[in-house]
Design a protein around this ligand. Structure first.
Ligand SMILES: [Zn+2]
Length: 291
């Protein structure tokens, strides 16, 4: 049986030793596919339909309060996926819900060999992976269909390691974030569930052999954040509607107030923020470059 070790954190230990794998859904509460995949997997284990033969599997509902609200965080601009600073457990609590929740989750990330964090984008996007591009990471992420991998070796996303996958990596595990598509779209639940099960088979937690899909992937690297200033920011026509919009060097991507924001290299826009998620001093989107 799965044991609830902390609020909405469930674990099953197999009798045989093996890898420790953690699956997280709802790190952002409005990203429902991951929440649904965790629920389905928990039900499959409890019904005996899915048997963990070795190692341990931990299932985590990332941000229960945000899941309840069907919002990204427990309050506007709260973001659990920026709360995992490397020295989190050595720092004093900040008093926010997300900080407290990150402290509950952190020990499980520290002790996991593999962490799969399921996300979705607020704007339309094809599924993609956000992950380091090492061989160890490839072995995990190859089970998830995606033409693109977004890596962030310069920690452009937060300015320093702060995401679930960063934290896992820092503590020696393999952290992979899978963006399953648009947040409101639940059409990929069964497929993503199967992707996770295939990965569990490959890692030895579930019996059965699976052939790894043979996919070529384009690797992109985050290069910079577009930071919102007091002047405001507007995307140029055709930009800011979704991730992976391609631009060329010299193209006008938008404007800070009246000042044009011009691309200095060929690249793509990723994670453009919806107006209600924007905040002065914070990114309205990011640029990435093909490796
Ligand atoms: Zn997310």
């Amino acid at each position: 049986m799965m044991q609830e070790l902390q609020t909405d954190i469930y674990q099953i230990q197999a009798p045989l030793p093996g890898k420790s794998i953690t699956l997280i859904g709802g790190t952002h509460g409005n990203e429902r596919t991951g929440v649904e995949v965790v629920t389905r997997m928990k039900a499959m284990i409890e019904s005996g339909e899915l048997v963990i033969i070795q190692g341990s599997l931990t299932l985590i509902y990332g941000n229960p309060r945000a899941i309840e609200l069907n919002e990204r965080g427990s309050e506007p601009h709260a973001d659990l996926n920026r709360a995992f600073v490397t020295d989190l457990l050595e720092c004093d609590p900040t008093g926010t819900y997300e900080d407290a929740r990150a402290r509950e989750i952190a020990p499980f990330l520290q002790s996991s060999d593999v962490v799969i964090d399921l996300h979705a984008t607020n704007k339309p996007s094809e599924p993609f992976l956000a992950s380091k591009d090492s061989e160890r990471h490839q072995q995990v992420y190859r089970w998830f269909p995606s033409k693109k991998v977004l890596s962030d070796p310069q920690y452009v996303l937060a300015g320093f390691p702060a995401t679930v996958d960063d934290y896992t990596d820092v503590y020696g595990g393999v952290g992979v974030c899978y963006e399953t598509g648009q947040a409101s779209d639940l059409g990929r639940v069964e497929e993503v569930l199967q992707n996770v099960i295939n990965c569990l088979k490959d890692q030895g937690l579930v019996e059965g052999h699976v052939e790894a899909p043979d996919a070529t992937r384009d690797i992109f690297e985050l290069t910079e954040a577009i930071i919102l200033t007091d002047e405001g920011f507007t995307f140029a026509e055709g930009f800011g509607e979704g991730s992976w919009e391609a631009f060329a060097q010299g193209e006008v991507l938008g404007a800070h107030g009246d000042t044009a924001f011009v691309a200095e290299y060929d690249g793509v826009i990723v994670f453009p923020k919806m107006p209600e998620h924007r905040k002065v001093g914070k990114p309205v989107g990011y640029l990435a470059k093909r490796n």
